[in-house]
Design a protein around this ligand. Structure first.
Ligand code: IPE
Ligand code: IPE
Ligand code: MG
Length: 234
């Protein structure tokens, strides 16, 4: 039996729409319940002593959903930025956002920056929220920034290595996830943290995100601890 160190959990919270449909509710009712589960999950991860949590809240591809759904999600986000994240803030949680901010409304970006500044010294948990996030876009942006540094004479081509490149990603300074959890039974990455997940242990559960809870999280962590992480070694 192994007992793997667990520093960082990444989550693809999926199944809000199906949760709502099962109850004859609009999709946005699923997002509302799903957002409550985000707060509960962050508190649970903190209590379990895991220092980093990264959640996939909205992908670059999710902009293609109906205006009604996107507006509903953005208004839910505004509400959380205005008051619902307060509980985490008081719980010593640092919140940071990763993703393409240029696509978001200016008032939302302002609120995000304020929350990031207010929580910057919190130490019990770093909660990264992937919002308007796409991994390929993140990697392309990192390539552009690297090329610019070379062009400016600040970086030699021979000094570009995995470490240097990681620092160009949104997740610079954050260790790679040890465990990825995707809810709702889908078994794919949907353009999430493609670079960072290179050696992550993957866990898929049929539970729909609004039904996810601390008990299930604990049992997934128990499963994780039994896995043999070989990193290519014999
Ligand atoms: C995940 O739930 C939340 C977001 C992608 C914003 P979905 O909205 O994808 O729910 P399903 O997959 O349609 O059930
Ligand atoms: C992935 O879920 C994105 C988020 C959870 C925010 P999707 O529901 O958008 O993914 P696909 O479309 O099923 O791959
Ligand atoms: Mg989905």
């Amino acid at each position: 039996m192994t007992n793997n160190n667990l520093q960082h959990i990444a989550v693809i919270m999926d199944g809000n729409g199906r949760w709502a449909a099962k109850r004859g509710l609009p999709r946005n009712a699923g997002h509302k319940k799903g957002a409550e589960v985000v707060i509960e999950t962050a508190k649970a991860v903190k209590e379990l002593g895991v220092p980093y949590l990264t959640i996939y809240a909205f992908s670059t591809e999710n902009w293609k959903r109906s205006k009604q759904e996107v507006d509903g999600l953005m208004n839910l986000l505004r509400q959380y930025l205005d008051s619902n994240f307060e509980e985490l803030e008081k719980n010593d949680v640092r919140i940071r956002f990763i993703g393409e901010r240029g696509m978001l409304d200016a008032d939302i970006v302002n609120k995000m920056e304020n929350l990031e500044k207010r929580t910057i010294s919190n130490r019990s948990l770093v909660l990264q929220i992937a919002l308007s996030y796409g991994s390929r876009q993140e990697i392309v942006n990192a390539v552009r920034r690297t090329a610019q540094k070379v062009k400016n004479g600040e970086l030699a081509i021979t000094d570009i290595d995995e470490n240097e490149f990681s620092q160009m990603l949104y997740t610079a300074e954050v260790p790679d996830p040890d465990l990825l959890i995707r809810t709702s039974g889908e078994q794919r990455l949907s353009n999430y943290l493609l670079w960072q997940l290179a050696y992550t242990e993957l866990f898929f559960t049929n539970t729909l995100w609004p039904d996810f809870n601390k008990e299930e999280l604990k049992s997934i962590i128990e499963n994780y601890k039994t896995r043999e992480r070989r990193y290519g070694k014999a």
